[in-house]
Design a protein around this ligand. Sequence first.
Ligand code: SF4
Length: 234
Amino acid sequence: MISGCIFIDSSDRKELLEYMRQTAKQKLALQIIDRLKTAYPNSGCSLTYNEAWKLLVSVRLAAQCTDARVNIVVEKLYEKFPTMEAIASASVDEIEEIVRPCGLGKSKAKDIVACMNDLIERFDGKVPDEMELLLSLPGVGRKSANLVLGDIYGKPAIVTDTHCIRLVNRMGLVNGITEPHKVEKELWKIIPAEEGNAFCHRLVDHGREICTARTKPYCDKCVLEDICKKNIAK
Ligand code: SF4
């Protein structure tokens, strides 16, 4: 009996290896999603808002600022300018005076006033539900657009903030990628579309409580201790 031999050329081998790597990451991603679901059943956006346009305001203010501070500042903002129209008609200086505690006051105020004007003029006051249209608004990047798509419209979304980027690298879901758009692209390959939004909210909670940035991560208290690449590599 002649035993069979299969010859694989180098480009096929590369493809096969890549396929195996992706499959392993998909499997790991599903395990992580499941465990984080159990650990953080109620994760959600920590910015407070009751209308879609207010989420756009908050997320612009949240750049390099804590969500807790943004929540305090927007209360003051809406006391004086309670509607989209009121903000659109305000001067940049007036808005800047209120949002200054969030940092980058001038540019944030400029974007917020321009964004509210755009929403009124181009979208009849309604926050759009498509990535490209959201990205056409002043001060709205992919992170904000994904947050709106996921939280307001329940569409597939992956929000790559600093917690997400730090954690998915540590866990081994991406390898040494820190550019937000590239991380998003990699995660789309391995995270089921319907899980992306909630997964990212859970990463934020996990990043604040356990897999912290400023201290050493508390791996001994982590529900991913036995499957996380960083912990296994110790
Ligand atoms: S095991 Fe450690 S490094 Fe990995 S996710 Fe948990 S806390 Fe972070």
